[in-house]
Design a protein around this ligand. Structure first.
Ligand code: NDP
Length: 448
């Protein structure tokens, strides 16, 4: 989409100059700015208040050394990050990613997206994100614990239940959150809801583990219904085999679909009989093994090296749940050619701009990540509420609230897109609806 508004063109130029070497961040900002053009044309007051100029610059970026000792007694050093992006509508909130590809540009793109996503949930949460280039894969429990303790030793100076509340993301699951929470409590001598995604015995919420995957399916189901369709009897391809992918598979199957493929960063499995989720959970959640092990016990299934090929499998609905930019223009074209008519995003920014253009040009029902995967952070918000009132809600209570939030997110995207003349473009709707709440709050609070 080519921008016409001079203010936005100049703003994007400034962002590009100021954030050189951070292509993912520039990609995320470009997408949002392009879809906000009709809002900016209508709202000169927001330009006057410098809302967008401030919104594209994080409030605070913290970069720190994380030294730890491996099992051989050798000192290892990683780099830690926390980007506190925007606190206009609540304390900073967003996960911690542990993956070797992490650098400041990844954390900034994720933090930026989180601002809009958290706004869409209707809960009072600002946006932030953190992480490290530490790779938990192949490390012993002891090594992971020593890394997490060192990471939290610095991070604890910058977070708090009313300041900034981190959670999980790629590479950060229940084990890592447990070690981080233990260290925070020990250093600060306080038991508060400073992290979400905690274990159920120490303040975690039921349904948080399932929330992102379930929420993705609730959002997608609502989008399908609004367009006269459903999951029932459809073939679904899901990438990844981590937290989001596993629970998206569970809910899509419960809604009547057949999930035929999953992947990890080495390759993908295809099972024409439908994925046996109990086996995947055992392999990934309990044994921490690779997805290729699945075929050893499922003779009809095949394993193929390389993850991109998963998008060549024929399907009705594709749910990318692994990582950023995993569907490029070429893969999107193959999906369309094979008859796929819906793409809904569990991962953050899994589609390149070329892929998104392909979806929109071909009338694909497209559920953008900011809206479609907001169920995780929404349920983290519910975990914060439970921690504050020192109560635990039942699984059914949390799940019902999650469902209600995902339906309302879809409706917000649908009506914002319509109001600004882009009916059916839920990406534009998500960006506009998420932006407006934050923008009004920023304007009301003055130039801070
Ligand atoms: P997990 O670490 O549980 O799983 C990640 C999965 O994606 C693994 O199968 C992993 O394979 C695969 N993967 C990771 N990096 C790559 C890569 N570079 N190329 C190919 N595959 C890759 O993470 P989550 O399931 O929690 O997160 C998945 C996505 O969902 C991320 O984009 C995350 O930001 C997003 N998300 C997560 C939320 C949550 O609540 N957890 C909330 C909202 C969004 P391997 O094991 O080989 O690395």
């Amino acid at each position: 989409m080519a921008l016409k508004n001079k203010y936005l063109i100049d703003l994007l130029e400034t962002v590009k100059k100021r954030n050189q070497g951070e292509p993912e961040f520039i990609q995320a900002v470009t997408e949002v700015i392009e879809t906000l053009e009709p809002v900016i044309e209508k709202r000169p007051d927001l330009v006057e208040a410098g809302v967008l100029d401030r919104l594209v610059e994080p409030e605070r970026q913290i970069v720190f050394r994380v030294p730890w000792v491996d099992d051989n007694g050798k000192v290892q050093v990683n780099r830690g990050f926390r980007v506190q992006f925007n606190s206009a509508i609540g304390p900073y909130k967003g996960g911690i990613r542990l993956h070797p590809s992490v650098y400041i540009g990844i954390i900034k793109f994720l933090g930026f997206e989180q601002v809009f996503k958290n706004s869409l949930t209707t809960l009072p949460m600002g946006g932030g994100k953190g992480g490290s280039d530490f790779d938990p894969k192949g490390k012993s429990d002891g090594e992971v614990m020593r890394f997490c303790q060192s990471f939290m030793t610095e991070l604890c100076k910058h977070i708090g239940a009313d300041t900034d509340v981190p959670a999980g993301d790629i590479g950060t699951g229940a084990r890592e959150i447990g070690y981080m929470f233990g260290q925070y409590k020990r250093l600060r001598n306080e038991f508060t809801g400073v992290l979400t995604g905690k274990g159920l015995t120490y303040g975690g919420s039921l349904a948080r583990t399932e929330a992102t995957g379930y929420g993705l399916c609730y959002f997608t189901d609502e989008m399908l219904k609004a367009n006269g369709k459903s999951f029932e009897g459809k073939t679904v391809v899901i990438s990844g085999s981590g937290n989001v992918a596993i629970y998206a598979t569970e809910k899509a199957t419960a809604l009547g679909a057949k999930v035929v493929a999953l992947s990890d960063s080495n390759g993908y499995i295809y099972d024409p009989d439908g994925i046996d989720l109990a086996c995947v959970k055992q392999l990934k959640e309990v044994e921490r093994k690779r997805i290729k092990e699945y075929v050893a016990t499922h003779p009809n299934a095949t394993y193929t090296e390389g993850c991109k090929g998963i998008w060549t499998i024929k399907c009705d609905i594709a749910l990318p749940c692994a990582t950023q930019n995993e569907i490029d223009g070429e893969s999107a074209a193959i999906l369309v050619k094979n008859g796929c008519w819906c793409v809904s995003e569990g991962a953050n920014m899994p589609s390149t701009p070329e892929a998104i253009n392909t979806y929109l040009a071909n009338g694909i029902l497209y559920g953008p990540a900011k809206a479609a995967n907001a169920g995780g952070v929404a349920t983290s918000g519910l975990e914060m509420s439970q921690n504050s009132e020192r109560l635990s809600w039942t699984f059914e209570e949390v799940d019902a609230k999650l469902h209600g939030i995902m339906v309302s997110i879809f409706k917000a995207c649908e009506s914002a897109a319509k109001e600004y003349g882009m009916e059916g473009n839920y990406m534009a709707g998500a960006n506009i609806a998420g932006f407006l709440k934050v923008a009004e709050a920023m304007k009301a609070q003055g130039c801070v």
